[in-house]
Design a protein around this ligand. Structure first.
Ligand SMILES: Nc1ncnc2c1ncn2[C@@H]1O[C@H](COP(=O)(O)OP(=O)(O)OP(=O)(O)O)[C@@H](O)[C@H]1O
Ligand SMILES: [Mg+2]
Length: 281
């Protein structure tokens, strides 16, 4: 049943891949919730900007937004959000915030922007009851990248396989799928990788997150490669410091010398080299 409905969508969605833009759109996704998408998207975005690139993070998780909290941005300081744009209350540019104060870039030459979603009950209940048109969002990605001269746009997403996920995957250049070493995650991820194949997403990478110390990282990589046939670009440990930080800030700023920060930096480099190698600016 699931396979049939996925198959039904593919033809229409493939056409959208024509809209893929010149900068790199990297979608951070997972089948299950709580895998670390928002934290990893925010940290990768910061580390990428710190390397001198122009970067934005867009919170497409309109049902349970929150990535703005990692940048110290509270609802009161967000007069407009992505939710307002999608409900025709503002232009997309009105919902773009520069977050250099919370995430200092020093003299890197980079820039970091955030497009948050609204955490008000009104907005979230409207999204839940009426849904929104993801096509409107996708059609403005190119405009956003051009206006802010972005090298990379990171998309933080809502977990699972739904209309929004399919449409976002259809226009992204790189899909990064997070997975915990958990049987339910493995089964759900198989659906996501199948979707990515059918949509011919140009690059798909896997990251294992919250990997407990007693698991051998090499074995985790081997299992993931065998199961999904995609490259594994990181195995991130279950970190007491990250859990303790509890999304109150950017891990790599709070713990610059932690091995997890080094690993996130390596992943950021890998993703950027992919964009540069494929001729993107
Ligand atoms: N490697 C890690 N080690 C320990 N805790 C982690 C790690 N990665 C993320 N977390 C914690 O897991 C929780 C969920 O993370 P996060 O909100 O980023 O996940 P998510 O995938 O965005 O969730 P959702 O699906 O609800 O949007 C947070 O409290 C975060 O601090
Ligand atoms: Mg999240």
């Amino acid at each position: 049943m699931r396979r049939a409905s996925l198959h039904f969508s593919v033809g229409r969605l493939r056409a959208l891949s024509l809209a893929r833009s010149m900068g790199q759109i990297i979608s951070i996704h997972s089948y299950r919730g709580g895998t670390g998408k928002s934290n990893i998207a925010a940290n990768l975005a910061y580390l990428t900007a710190k390397r001198g690139h122009r970067v934005a993070v867009l919170d497409t998780d309109l049902q349970s937004p929150g990535v703005h909290l990692l940048f110290g941005l509270e609802q009161e300081r967000m007069p407009f959000t992505l939710s307002d744009f999608l409900f025709d209350k503002c232009e997309l540019e009105d919902a773009v915030y520069e977050v250099g104060a919370a995430a200092p870039l020093n003299d890197s030459g980079g820039a970091l922007f955030l497009v948050p979603s609204s955490m008000t009950i009104e907005s979230i209940s409207r999204v839940l009851s009426e849904g929104y048109d993801p096509g409107k969002l996708n059609s403005h990605f190119k405009q956003l990248m051009e206006t802010y001269d972005l090298d990379v746009l990171f998309l933080d997403t809502h977990p699972g396989l739904n209309k929004e996920t399919l449409l976002t995957a259809a226009v992204c250049d790189t899909l990064v799928i997070l997975i915990r070493p958990d049987k339910q995650d493995f089964h759900g991820t198989a659906l996501l990788t199948e979707m990515a194949r059918r949509l011919a997403v140009p690059s798909v990478y896997l990251i294992a997150n919250k990997v407990v110390g007693r698991l051998n990282p090499d074995e985790v990589v081997t299992r993931m490669k065998e199961a999904f046939q995609y490259e594994v670009i990181g195995v991130l440990p279950l970190s007491e410091e990250m859990a303790g930080l509890g999304s109150r800030g950017l891990f790599c700023l709070e713990f610059p010398s932690d091995p997890l920060t080094a690993e996130l930096g390596r992943i950021a480099d890998h993703l950027m080299s992919r964009g540069l190698n494929s001729g993107k600016h």
